[in-house]
Design a binder for this molecule. Sequence first.
Ligand SMILES: C[S@@+](CC[C@H](N)C(=O)[O-])C[C@H]1O[C@@H](n2cnc3c(N)ncnc32)[C@H](O)[C@@H]1O
Length: 290
Amino acid sequence: MRAHQPVMVDDVIKYLNPQPGHIYIDATCGTGNHSYFILRKTSGRCTLICIDKDPRAIMRARSYLKEFSENVIFVRDGFENILEIVKNLKIDIPSGILFDLGFSYEQISNGSAGFGFRQDGPLDMRFDPETGISARDVVNNFSVDKLAELLKKYGELKNSLRIARLICEERKRRKFETTRHLSDFIATCGISGKGIHPATRVFQAIRIYVNNELENLSAGLNSAAKILMQGGRIVVISYHSLEDRIVKNFMRKTHNLKILTKKPIVPDEYEKKTNPSSRSAKMRAAEVIS
Ligand SMILES: C[S@@+](CC[C@H](N)C(=O)[O-])C[C@H]1O[C@@H](n2cnc3c(N)ncnc32)[C@H](O)[C@@H]1O
């Protein structure tokens, strides 16, 4: 299996600017690729708190970062709980935090996590497979109106009511249990997507809902601005406009932040070509000024 390729590594390192002896947080450590470069930049002489909700990601990162194990603290939790996480660790004030949002290549290509429509698997989509409700519950049990609302809000689908109605008709015939069933069915619903699979936005909407992603992002960012030292950096990579809007507004409106990226940084053509997952990425960075 191809491994997750980290996005915009050079820019992440430039803006996070990790220094030996300081503490950094990788709020979405995933497989640990960005973590690796943060640790390498300081020759393994910083402390890195690696957070992820997904226990499978923590296991992969633990193995990937073995050579730096003395400098890394792994935390299986949500970044929305970052205030408590930092408090419980009883560490000094961190100097930077990275959020690389969304999902990793390992998550999307592992059918058993139920994230992707290209691999068949149980319809789940939870980053933490032990809490909350699964995509299966949403698709099989939500009312037409509730489904339509979340498809519109999180998938920005214009014909959300029609799609919700079609889903509810289909589930009377056969309950949705697998990602393949849902994606094949959505492909018959007549959604036009500019060069993207018709199921892309439906899956995005359900995944955002199931993981409470936008509310968690706001909570994580607000907490980040409170826990960092003066001069500390917040670096965020987002992958769709709903996330980027939250990040942009947060950086503009938070009084103790100075924006370092007037416009979002995007991958160059070479990166987009060699790492298709980076195509929609936007990076923004800010510095704590008080
Ligand atoms: C794009 S991947 C990170 C990849 C990582 N930067 C790398 O290069 O290997 C995003 C990760 O964020 C995790 N995640 C998503 N929401 C989270 C949350 N609220 N708290 C903690 N981790 C979260 C996912 O489980 C996933 O592993």
